[in-house]
Design a protein. Sequence first.
Length: 407
Amino acid sequence: MFYDWANSGYGILVVTAVLPVYFKAIAGENSINAANSTALWGYANSFGMLVVSLMAPLLGALADYPNSKRRWLNFFTWIGIIMTFALAVIPPKQWGVLLLIYVFSIIGYSGGNLFYDGFLTDVADDQQMGAVSTTGYGMGYLGGVIVFIIFLIAQVSGDFNGLLSSYGIAKFSFILAAIWWVIFAWLLLRYGHQSHNVQAVTDPVRDSFHRLGRMLHHIKRYRKISWFLVAYSFYIDGVDTIFTMATAIGKDLGIETTMLMLVLLMVQLIAFPFSILYGFLAQKTSNRLAILLGIIVYLFICLDALHLKSLADFWVLAVLVGASQGGLQALSRSYFGQLIPKDSSSEFFGFYNILGKFSAILEPVIVGFVTQLTGKSTVGAASLSILFLIGLVIFLLLPRLTRESGN
């Protein structure tokens, strides 16, 4: 849970709140218009996700050997932390270099989350998994609120009484996110214990390729897992894409930066209790019904984006995002964790991440392309409704698709 708390600073400050605004500002100074800078931001997110997606299955398989999961977690976490620090030293005119460093930070952040997700089966049994997963997400949002408040205090207090420039406050946020990550990730990085693993071998790389090949060859044994992953790949990173692109869309609507920061803070505050509420709902009904509710809410968010015209409209959608974001992510993770073999959890979470990340590649590109085509980022956001609808239909059919097959 503290690891989720730790990297929440990167998620809220770098990915969502500050870097998109900072990038659009320096892109504008370099004669890049608003629609193109929004598209470039989407493409950078997609490329970073592509790299992680291509590596995820092999990395997951490698992490299932004894005492490997924590080593890989450390490796990618430190890449993310170092690259986040590096964002603070790139000169404003070098917007291309800034995007490149950001891509490397995404690789560290997303790669670390692969192994963090894999630890879920090491710390909780099937009955505990939903509560642990949703509470972890809730704690992450709470950590994001606290680090975001620290940033807002620095911003509204006159940049530490004038010690920082307008660009300086952005660079301060990157340093703050990196330090926050180091401090609170340390417990898992140092003491994370892997309870489940496959048997040790002399050549783990070759054996990992063999294991992946066997899994793909016998994929029919895992029909329920496979169909869930198909549905998941369509809906889950629409969640991340909306949150990642929200600040850029808000700027295109003409919303002031300070107000955007307040909206994002509110989203974090709402997400904390609602993540716990989704976990409670899943316990009282089922993971399946709670996940369906989250998908339907996001489908409405995408369609309603077509009517975004004012700050009030933006606030309404932000409340809906905050209410469903954490619960949908957390319950999808625990639902998958309940389905998979525990001794190969990281291998399976590798596929979980690759399908999620491939949709994260596709969806920002869709938003960017439709935004450039129409000149309206709200239409770009609304285009994601198609993918949510496909994910919803497949998830609704999931029991029928797997009725004749065991897990």
